[in-house]
Write a protein that binds this ligand. Structure first.
Ligand SMILES: [Fe+2]
Length: 381
């Protein structure tokens, strides 16, 4: 347990003079973070905003958000600065037990290396750190984690900094709980829509498993292109739903064993707009709409529905176009046998720059061998 000395260190003058932000600046830090909670999209996440805020507030060299993942495990999230390498690491069981005790106390704790307490042993995580602070993340009666700061020098904090630090921790807690709720809702919606997609694909043995394969290819392409993990997640979901609009296309058109006539083609092409209409009422799925609407655009502007060209086509749609075409070519269709992989790959290369984004085609060639191995058992027999 922390000693009285540790708690009293909150107001003890220390090695570094008080040069932390003044009250007005402190308020600005809080406001910036609070505003970030209002955005679903945009640069950065609420967690990043909190970490940024704490860094400014306490001149922190390392900040981490310690999230209570299960009843006995805390994981380091959004770690930055000297704590950056601890991102996604689970804390030891000793540290987790200490945090449980800390959350019951429900107040900011400051600790120093020189005090040789369990807190300094467990929570001065980076080498050369000698001063640390923890703030509880509580939302109503839920104890959801703690905000951790590490510094190599002692910091003289005033009461206003402690209060702002506590408020930032509360904001991180709200962001965490809100994010979990949103994820839960998204998963619920997605599972309903996924079952519709599965039902659609099951009706047509030629497309069974198509969306899952397109999702696997597309996510791997996105990773190869260096896209952030939130975008990869969005791409994966968009792919699972990309052809949802086919639910409204006549079954005889979907399974026709021959080329579609112009009227049938027109009806088939409507699936991108119908898909968008199906998903639009669900605000949580709005990030998926561009991929659904634009996955049949061509890089040279000759695709549909909007004839977008080049990088005006959303990246997820450019990726999906390549994955979708490759999977369609290498799968059986009512009117033809599957095309051999090498032939399909050279077809992608041939159409790079016209139908497809050349960068995406190049990335697909890189990831294809590995993804193919993973997918082999998903193909219909
Ligand atoms: Fe499609």
């Amino acid at each position: 347990m922390p000693t009285k000395t540790e708690s009293s260190s909150l107001r003890t003058p220390s090695a570094r003079p008080a040069d932390l932000p003044r009250p007005l600046h402190t308020l600005e830090v809080l406001n910036t973070v609070a505003r970030s909670l209002g955005y679903v999209e945009g640069p950065g996440t609420p967690f990043e905003a909190v970490v940024e805020g704490v860094t400014k507030l306490l001149h922190a060299e390392g900040v981490a958000i310690l999230v209570r993942e299960t009843s006995d495990e805390y994981v380091c999230r959004a770690a930055q600065g000297v704590l950056g390498e601890w991102g996604d690491y689970a804390l030891s069981s000793t540290a987790s037990r200490l945090l449980d005790r800390f959350l019951l106390r429900d107040e900011v704790l400051i600790f120093k290396r020189t005090q040789r307490s369990p807190w300094s042993r467990e929570f001065l995580l980076a080498a050369g750190m000698s001063w640390g602070a923890l703030a509880p993340m509580r939302v109503r009666d839920q104890r959801v984690g703690a905000l951790l700061v590490n510094n190599s020098h002692a910091v003289h904090v005033r009461a206003e900094h402690i209060e702002a630090f506590e408020n930032l921790a509360s904001l991180a807690g709200v962001a965490l709980v809100e994010g979990r709720l949103r994820e839960g809702l998204e998963d619920l919606y997605l599972s309903v829509i996924m079952s519709l997609t599965m039902a659609l694909e099951a009706k047509d043995p030629y497309t069974e498993g198509h969306s899952v394969r397109v999702a696997a290819y597309s996510e791997a392409i996105g990773k190869q292109l260096g896209l952030p993990s939130a975008t990869l997640d969005m791409i994966h979901r968009s792919c699972l739903l990309h052809d949802i609009g086919k639910i409204a296309v006549d079954q005889t058109i979907l399974t026709k064993s021959g080329r579609l006539n112009p009227l049938e083609r027109q009806k088939m092409d409507m699936h991108v707009l119908i898909g968008e209409d199906i998903l639009r009422p669900i605000a949580l799925l709005h990030p998926l709409l561009p991929g659904v609407r634009h996955h049949h655009e061509h890089f040279d502007g000759t695709g549909y529905p909007d004839g977008l060209r080049g990088e005006r086509i959303p990246i997820e749609a450019r990726i999906m176009a390549v994955a979708d075409a490759f999977d369609a070519m290498t799968s059986s269709r009512p009117y033809r046998e599957p095309i051999p992989e090498e032939e399909a790959l050279s077809e992608l290369r041939r159409a790079a720059g016209t139908q497809f984004d050349p960068r995406v085609v190049a990335a697909f060639e890189q990831i294809y061998p590995a993804v193919k191995r993973t997918l082999e058992n998903l193909r219909p027999r």
